[in-house]
Design a protein around this ligand. Structure first.
Ligand code: ATP
Ligand code: MG
Length: 445
């Protein structure tokens, strides 16, 4: 018995009957990005490992335990992207894009890889849509990036996610906060999990991101970052809030959000859905003013967010959001015999050129079997073609939903003609297609 292969743990197939949901969501992402002036950037799935260790930060979960890192055949350390920002920043610097008109606004869609414990909303291969706005220091930029995420969610019919907002300061003010945090957690050292004990010295901020129950319990009494912000960070944060209010975007301040990546400065935010289980953050982002310089580029402030597409789909499914279905096969042509089969192929070509989805027999099946197939694939109309039809140049077009049949002319393989109005009204959701069909079929009542 041959071995049955299974997809690798934490990965999933998007099957043909579900892919339209992904296409719908991804098309919306591109469309909304365009409305906000964000153009797509495509970066490689893998990068030199340092691209991620330098940017994401080596005290983060991502770098410490989640990266898919391997040596390639040339002995170079390569990592599958666990997120996009690092690669996008690498690309922007490499191609000197910061010399172009700033802000540079880009978006991306693609797969990311993290070695995590798979569960609902958490996978080893997952997909992100995100944006990066480079060279935009003003608070209006933070608000605009948040507004884009909000607009996208709303255009997907999700308007109830909670927007949580925080500022985690800058290299001026954060050290004071980190010192206070360290002091606080030091006094509870005995209760910290092993990972957080390590974090205590290297990056106490990370403890706030710990998922373990004990550490989470300690967070409640921990010093709050907002109390430590310098005047500039405070003013910036106030500006972001004012802009959001001006756009009527509701938010709640959550001083505990720190985000899972080290490069963030000032504004951080998350969009949260309570009802999809423990993995409730659908979108997370913020400012990373120091990252481009830290990666060897010019000193240019920037910000962005990333949205998990699987989690977004979970939210949409949980709210029974409508995913517009793509049109099925509009006309299935069932030929009998070789001559009819050749004509059917030609007819399919004509229909497709007019924008109709047309299909014909590819398996040498009987008419009965073909009709069964047409039914299974949800064909809207079928057209049987035999010798008689070829001789008379008249065939019967059947509406598969209503069973109604009408004769159509097939003049010399070039179909002219007018579509019947009575059928037209029976297929209301197809009105548009039918209008086009008028030019193709000639109907004899
Ligand atoms: P979490 O706290 O859920 O682990 P994170 O802070 O690691 O999230 P980011 O690195 O900011 O997440 O990624 C942005 C978004 O990508 C998340 O909000 C989530 O929607 C999605 N995401 C992150 N990791 C995964 C994963 N393993 N599987 C599915 N989606 C993910
Ligand atoms: Mg994570």
């Amino acid at each position: 018995m041959p071995q049955k292969y299974k997809a690798v743990r934490g990965t999933a197939d998007v099957l043909p009957y579900d892919s339209y949901k992904w296409q719908y969501v991804e098309n919306k992402m591109i469309e909304v990005s365009r409305l906000f002036g964000f153009r797509e950037i495509r970066v490689p799935v893998f990068e030199h490992t340092e691209v991620f260790t330098r940017s994401v930060g080596d005290t983060t979960d991502v770098v410490q335990k989640e990266m898919y890192t391997f040596d390639d055949k040339g002995g170079r350390s390569i990592t599958l992207r666990p997120e996009f920002t690092a690669g996008v920043v690498r690309s922007v610097i490499e191609h000197g894009l910061t010399n172009e008109a700033l802000p540079l606004k880009v978006c991306y869609i693609g797969a990311c890889y993290r070695y995590e414990k798979p569960q609902a909303g958490r996978y080893r291969e997952f997909h992100q849509y995100g944006v990066e706005c480079i060279g935009a220091p003003a608070p209006s930029a933070d608000a605009e990036v948040i507004a884009l995420a909000k607009y996208l969610l709303e255009s997907l019919d999700i308007s109830d996610l909670r927007l949580e907002l925080n500022s985690i300061g800058c290299p001026e003010c954060r050290p004071k906060y980190q010192a206070a945090l360290k002091e606080y957690f030091k006094s509870h050292e005995d209760k910290l999990c092993n990972t957080c004990l390590e974090r205590l010295d290297r990056n106490p901020l990370r403890i706030l991101d710990c998922k373990s129950e004990v550490c989470s319990g300690l967070k409640a009494q921990a010093p709050v970052v907002l109390d430590f912000l310098c005047d500039e960070c405070k003013t910036h944060f106030e500006g972001v809030k004012r802009h959001l209010e001006a756009m009527n975007i509701k938010y709640v301040i959550n001083p505990r959000i720190v985000r899972g990546l080290d490069y963030y400065t000032r504004t951080v935010f998350e969009f949260i859905a309570e009802d999809i289980g423990a993995q409730s953050t659908v979108c997370g982002g913020g400012r990373y003013d120091g990252l481009i310089e830290q990666m060897g580029g010019p000193s240019v402030p920037a910000l962005g967010f990333a949205m998990g597409i699987e989690r977004l789909l979970l939210v949409m499914e949980s709210r029974k959001a409508a995913f517009p279905r793509p049109k099925p096969c509009e006309v299935y042509i069932a030929p009998i015999g070789e001559r009819a089969a050749e004509y059917a192929s030609k007819l399919c070509g004509l229909l497709r050129a007019e924008g109709f989805s047309a299909a014909t027999d590819l398996a040498g099946r009987s008419v009965k079997a073909q009709m069964k197939y047409a039914d299974k694939i949800g064909a809207l109309y079928t057209l049987v073609l035999g010798d008689n039809e070829l001789e008379s140049k008249v065939a019967v077009l059947k509406d598969m939903k209503t069973g109604k049949q009408v004769e159509v002319n097939l003049p010399d393989g070039l179909i002219t003609a007018v579509y019947d109005q009575t059928i037209n009204s029976a297929m209301d959701d197809l009105t548009k297609s039918i209008e086009k069909m008028e030019g193709l079929f000639n109907i004899n009542e």
